[in-house]
Design a protein around this ligand. Structure first.
Ligand code: ADP
Length: 727
């Protein structure tokens, strides 16, 4: 706006004192600025126009008197305006004012000052400081708060960029300078966090935000201002938070239980590695895709209900269930939902999963084994009991049933209450011999008493064990009353049978003796008749005589064999033990059967290994054994066959084997042929003649020598009779 111009001339009184000044001329701008009309102003005195000579009369007079120009700004109360006024004089007593209305500018300045004060105050309250950087000179003006934060007074703080740079932490310097460079020259706001060296507190964290402005025509800024705040507390807090987060994370990652955290919408935001392992999940990201309110298998589990209750009540919830995970793992789990509360309101939950599959399986196995044990003990025919300090602490139902007591009655008794007094000593001795270090199972027989005073014969078996970590005796008994009576009867029966057998054998021995005498005369006299010494016999007579003799001889053989068997059975057969060379016995016996073998063109081989094998036996009996087996082998082998006698040690036992390639024995007869009179085929129509007593006698003789005899045979291929003899 154009400036107002006004010409004045001082009015003096008689004494030459300036009392007022008159306005001699004005320009149009004057009228506009002051809102006065020319005719109301020109030719008038200041007191008339302004109501007084104005507060500037003295200044104007000075200029009008001295001719030295001046300029000042002033608030003009009558008009409530600020003016910038220049005063000069070209002639003494006159002066000219050139003025402009700076009211708006002044108000702005004032507001700016006030705003600045408010800002400083706000910054002081917020513990922030501000700086003002002249990019042309690199002078940096700092607010007192700014300096105070760094621990300096205004005197100590050089207001230069260089000083600021010297305060930067070496590790942050490059980043800070680069950021300022980038942002300041683009006049973009920036905000950084860095460490600055304070005067007395060492390195501290500060936040610095700034922006450049006053750009020149090339877009380069001349100034930048910014705010500095001390964030060391926040940084320390953050560090503590980080540390606690790390600690919590470390804890969560090393814990043996699965952990997840979720928000109130069921979105998973954290899962620990153990949970991934429990679920069989390929990774955290895959698991986080599950929403705990909507994922169908989780919904089926009723999980949303638990979660909602925990969110609504803020109370921890624990439950156990089974779950088949998305990745095919079946597990039993125990789940603990713990709501996360911040300032009293629930923000989510920590969910802890414990895989209890092994425990559940163990429980199941325990239950099964418990059931099994119950089934076994309760259904056992045995009466089972456990004693501790002689007190009955466990019995099964069978025991209660047998003794007629209830379990409760028995549990208040000790063992001696149901052991018959005459057996207490024996049972006590048995029990004393058992201990946990010597837990051999001890078996004894004792009488026990029932509730109704009956006596039961029982067989006990007791052993030591640990029950509830303390030594105990576990035992079982059974009623052997019937067995005892049966045994008794058996013993008596056996004695009777033995007596009868002895009597029978004695009878047979006597009988045989009585039979042999007349039989010998029959054979003797028929032999004599056969010599024709008492007259010649015709052919028929000779044939009948021969029949008499053969039948007599066969009968004698039968009687002899019966006599020998009876002797053995009656226990009167004596052994005459001597040391003999086996090959001698075998060879001499072979000589005896040689004519028989020759008749059927059968070869007989003898194999004694080693040849000089000796044995302590009854020579006659061994010879009889071998003779019998050899004659059988030849008898039951067709013409041109082969018989072999083999002797040697097999498994530390001296074994004899007489084998042939004869007719063999059917399997069902192989055991029977050792019984008296057992022969293959019926006696009447059989083709081979014999008494059926040979093998029975052989068996008796072998057993007299503590040996065994057996046969291996195949029909049509041959037989091998083997026997052992105890040396
Ligand atoms: P026996 O006097 O009838 O031969 P044994 O007691 O000696 O009486 O034999 C009983 C039966 O065992 C015989 O009748 C015969 O049937 C059968 N036996 C014995 N030895 C042989 C053998 N080496 N081969 C076939 N059968 C045999």
């Amino acid at each position: 706006m154009e400036e107002g111009v006004c010409l004045h001339e001082f009015i003096y009184d008689d004494a030459g004192n300036a009392i007022d000044y008159a306005i001699t001329d004005i320009n149009p701008a004057y009228e506009l600025i002051l809102g006065l009309k020319r005719e109301d102003v020109v030719g008038k005195c200041a007191t008339q126009v302004y109501g007084s000579t104005s507060p500037y009369k003295d200044i104007f007079l000075e200029v009008a008197e001295s001719g030295i120009s001046t300029r000042f700004e002033s608030y003009f109360p009558p008009m409530d305006k600020h003016f910038s006024i220049s005063v000069f004089s070209s002639k003494k007593g006159t002066f000219c004012t050139v003025f402009s209305d700076i009211t708006i500018q002044k108000k702005n300045e004032q507001e700016l000052q006030e705003a600045k004060k408010s800002l400083e105050f706000a910054m002081e309250v917020a513990e922030n400081g501000f700086w003002d950087w002249n990019l042309d000179t690199d002078a940096v003006f700092c607010s007192p708060q700014c300096m105070a934060m760094l621990g300096y007074t205004a005197d100590e703080f050089p207001q230069t960029l260089e000083f600021w740079v010297s305060l930067l932490h070496p590790e942050d310097r490059e980043m800070v300078l680069q950021t300022i460079e980038d942002y300041t020259h683009q006049a973009r706001p920036y905000s950084i966090e860095c460490r600055l060296r304070t005067k007395d507190r060492g390195w501290q964290w500060f936040s610095d935000s700034g922006k450049s402005f006053e750009l020149d025509e090339n877009g380069h800024p001349h100034r930048a201002i910014g705010v500095l705040s001390d964030i060391s507390e926040r940084k320390a807090h953050e560090a503590r938070l980080r540390e606690s987060r790390e600690r919590y994370k470390g804890l969560a990652e090393s814990t043996p239980v699965g952990i997840l955290t979720c928000d109130t919408k069921g979105n998973i935001d954290y899962v620990n590695p153990k949970l991934l392992e429990i679920l069989g999940s390929p990774g955290a990201e895959a698991t986080k895709k599950i929403n705990l309110f909507t994922f169908p298998p989780v919904v089926k589990l009723g999980f949303p209900g638990y979660l909602e209750t925990a969110f609504e009540t803020g109370i921890e919830i624990t439950f156990e269930d089974q779950y088949k995970t998305k990745w095919g793992k079946s597990l039993h789990f125990r789940c603990h939902i713990n709501p996360i509360k911040v300032d009293g309101s629930v923000k989510g939950a920590t969910v802890v999963f414990d895989d209890i599959t092994d425990r559940k399986n163990a429980e199941l196995r325990l239950q099964e084994s418990e059931e099994l044990y119950r089934a076994v003990t309760e259904n056992s025919q045995e009466c089972i009991f456990i004693l501790q300090d002689n007190k009955v602490i466990f019995v099964n139902g069978t025991l209660c049933g047998m003794l007629g007591y209830t379990k409760d009655e028995i549990y208040s008794m000790d063992i001696w209450d149901f052991v018959h007094p005459e057996c207490i000593h024996d049972v006590q001795t048995k029990i004393n011999s058992i201990s946990i270090t010597n837990p051999v199972s001890s078996v004894c027989e004792a009488k026990i008493l029932t509730k109704d005073y009956r006596t039961i014969e029982a067989e006990f078996s007791i052993t030591a064990t640990l029950y509830k970590s303390r030594p105990a005796l576990i035992g079982a008994f059974r009623d052997i009353t019937h067995r005892k009576s049966a045994e008794e009867a058996l013993i008596q029966g056996k004695a009777l049978a033995e007596e009868a057998s002895r009597t029978k054998s004695e009878f047979l021995a006597n009988m045989s003796h009585e039979l042999r005498t007349p039989l010998n005369s029959i054979i003797g006299f028929s032999q004599m008749l056969g010599t024709n010494s008492f007259g010649n016999l015709n052919e028929k007579q000779n044939k009948y005589l021969s029949n008499i003799r053969h039948s007599g001889e066969l009968l004698l053989e039968v009687i002899n064999n019966i006599l020998d068997i009876s002797k053995v059975e009656a226990g009167v057969m004596e052994l005459n033990i001597e040391n003999i060379l086996i090959h001698e016995i075998l060879e001499s016996t072979e000589t005896l059967v040689h004519p028989l073998a020759l008749k059927k063109n059968i070869t007989v081989e003898i194999d004694v290994n080693p040849r000089n094998l000796e044995i302590c036996v009854d020579r006659i009996k061994l010879k009889e054994i071998i003779y019998n087996l050899l004659t059988n082998a030849i008898k039951y082998t067709p013409e041109g066959g082969r018989v072999c006698i083999k002797t040697g040690y097999v498994n530390n036992e001296l074994r004899f084997s007489i084998s042939d390639n004869g007719i063999g024995i059917p399997p069902h007869m192989q055991d029977d042929i050792f019984e008296p009179f057992k022969q293959i085929g019926s006696f009447s129509n059989k083709e081979y003649k014999g008494t059926g007593l040979g093998l029975a006698l052989v068996k008796k003789y072998v057993e007299l020598h503590d040996g065994r005899i057996w046969v291996e045979s195949e029909e049509g291929k041959g037989s091998a009779f083997s026997f052992t003899i105890s040396d």
